[in-house]
Design a protein around this ligand. Structure first.
Ligand code: GAP
Length: 506
């Protein structure tokens, strides 16, 4: 992770927000190449999810909505994470990320250990248990620890569990619900009557506008409403770089189906679609897995939720959640607003509140996943046979911030520079391209490798003196070949606009 974070800063992908003021925890800025990469992720999703599907439309709703939206959705009452305070250090932890274990020697408890969730929390706790046994100089057999999260701690156990901040027991409070919505005030008054919220998810926009879309969008069940936009959550412990932040971007889709449709099949189809889409932007299948939420932990209205997980360097974590939410949200808004959210089905002549399948993913999490999957350090030999290190970001051409770099072999040869600038200007009309004439050609290739540029084109003496072809250098293989301008455009068109084969529903 450290190497990836360093590259992200060095090459202008991601900066800490407000860095000159010491940063602001949980907020990030995207630099010049980061903004391009993020936009490409969004554009690919929008193209595949909205434009290339005949059964989905896109909308853009406001970030601050009527506060009643969040009462009806259940967020005001229940959008909470379990919070634990350490009264001594004044630090706060998420109870479900704070793990503890009772330490047992010769079948007798000798104390407790605790640690914050990490790649291998159980191994950390086991190591702590061994040190506790040594510190207390107790002889005997240490039982393997059983890690539990702090939400499972009993009232008797809480005073005995050490705080991860101080290592001493007695300072942790019992978990309490902490609402993660950011509050603001709308208008000149700052009393309770003007309280509003920054949206914690984009999804409610689709439910609240459901009727408007049905009335204007020429849509028929089953159909989806999609949206991309910023969401805000006052996370207790933002962490792992951009994985969990307080301001982030979501790409959500509500796929409405008939009340008697086979929801399990629709759910499975959407899980497959999402996995396929992740492969289409270059994530390797080997780093993806599925996690089915246990039935007992689902909300009462939920029929099932499956997360597509990604193997980040800090552990396997949720990337994309696909939830079958029944008709809970539309029903809640109908009750709270007094306005019908029913759909009239022409074929059956029946009126009902549609059910929904919701694939919801974070742009920043995909961004981090493609950085982690693509990052590699290699040892290569230069022309003289010397071994050197190459850092390369293997990004799919679909999302790479720069598709091709145009490099004149020498910057002091007018004919080379002129031809290179011509090609650069021509490519620029269609693609994000980069022109670079500074430094040795090998160094220029390395700079492009680090930002994931799939191809470099060098304009050399053969170009201007012979057949007009350029040297095309491929990022991954580092192989070079000659290519004509027509072939270059065809190569880019093919690689950049390639998209997953999709099942048309209607
Ligand atoms: N409407 C459903 C919903 O918002 P969620 O699981 O809370 O569900 C959906 O969020 C996706 O949004 C997650 O799978 C994740 O990719 C992204 N996400 C959620 N919280 C995030 C955070 N604090 N920082 C970055 N991404 C986040």
């Amino acid at each position: 992770m450290d190497a990836i974070v360093a590259l992200a800063k060095r090459r202008g992908f991601i900066f800490q927000s407000s860095e000159i003021y010491g940063g602001f925890n949980g907020f990030f800025d995207y630099g010049p190449v980061g903004a391009e990469l993020k936009k490409n992720i969004r554009d690919c999703w929008w193209a595949d999810m909205v434009r290339r599907r005949e059964d989905t439309v896109g909308i853009e709703t406001s970030i601050i909505m009527h506060p009643k939206v969040w009462e009806a959705s259940g967020h005001v009452a229940g959008f909470t994470d379990p919070l634990v305070d350490c009264k001594v250090s004044k630090q706060r932890f998420r109870a479900d990320q704070l793990f503890f274990a009772v330490v047992v020697v010769n079948d007798q408890p000798i104390g407790y250990v605790s640690a914050l969730e990490s790649v291998d929390t159980a191994a950390t706790l086991q190591g702590m248990a061994e040190s506790l046994k040594r510190r207390k100089a107790i002889q005997g057999v240490l039982a393997p620890i059983v890690a539990k999260d702090f939400t499972e701690a009993t009232a008797e156990e809480i005073p005995l569990i050490p705080s991860p901040a101080t290592g001493e027991p007695g300072s942790l409070t019992a978990p309490r619900g902490f609402n993660m919505m950011f509050q603001t005030n709308v208008g000149a008054m700052t009393d309770g009557s003007s309280v509003a919220y920054l949206r914690p998810e984009t999804a409610q926009g689709m439910f609240v506008d459901f009727k408007n879309v049905v009335d204007t969008g020429r849509v028929k069940l089953p159909f989806g409403i999609a949206q991309i936009g910023k969401s805000f959550r006052n996370e207790i412990t933002p962490r792992n770089f951009i994985f969990r932040s307080r301001e982030f971007e979501q790409m959500e889709m509500e796929y409405f189906i008939s009340e008697d449709a086979d929801w399990a099949t629709a759910h499975r189809e959407w899980i497959e679609w999402c996995k396929h889409w992740l492969l289409s932007i270059g994530l390797p299948a080997a780093l993806l897995s599925e996690y089915d939420h246990p039935k007992a932990k689902l909300a009462f209205y939920s029929k099932g939720t499956t997360d597509i997980m990604f193997q980040y360097p800090f552990g396997v974590q949720e990337l994309w959640g696909i939830a079958a939410r029944g008709n809970y949200d539309l029903t809640q808004h109908a009750t709270a607003s007094g306005k019908s959210t029913e759909y009239f089905d022409e074929a059956s002549k029946k009126k009902f509140v549609p059910h929904v399948i919701e694939p919801a993913v974070g742009v920043d999490r995909i961004f981090l996943a493609v950085l982690c999957a693509g990052y590699a350090e290699e040892e290569i030999k230069d022309e003289k046979g010397n071994v050197e290190k190459r850092t390369v970001l293997r990004l799919s051409p679909r999302i790479a911030p720069v598709k091709v770099a145009v490099l004149p072999l020498l910057k002091n040869k007018e004919a080379l520079v002129g031809r290179a600038r011509d090609l650069y200007k021509k490519l620029q009309r269609r693609y994000a391209v980069f022109y670079d004439e500074a430094g040795a050609i090998g160094r220029r290739y390395r700079r492009q490798d680090e930002i994931g540029t799939p191809w470099c084109v060098t304009i050399d003496f053969e170009t201007i003196e012979k057949d007009g072809t350029f040297t095309l250098r491929e990022r991954d293989s580092m192989q070079q070949r000659r290519i004509t301008e027509t072939e270059l455009f065809a190569l880019l068109e093919d690689a950049v606009t390639e998209h997953p084969r999709q099942k048309r529903r209607r």
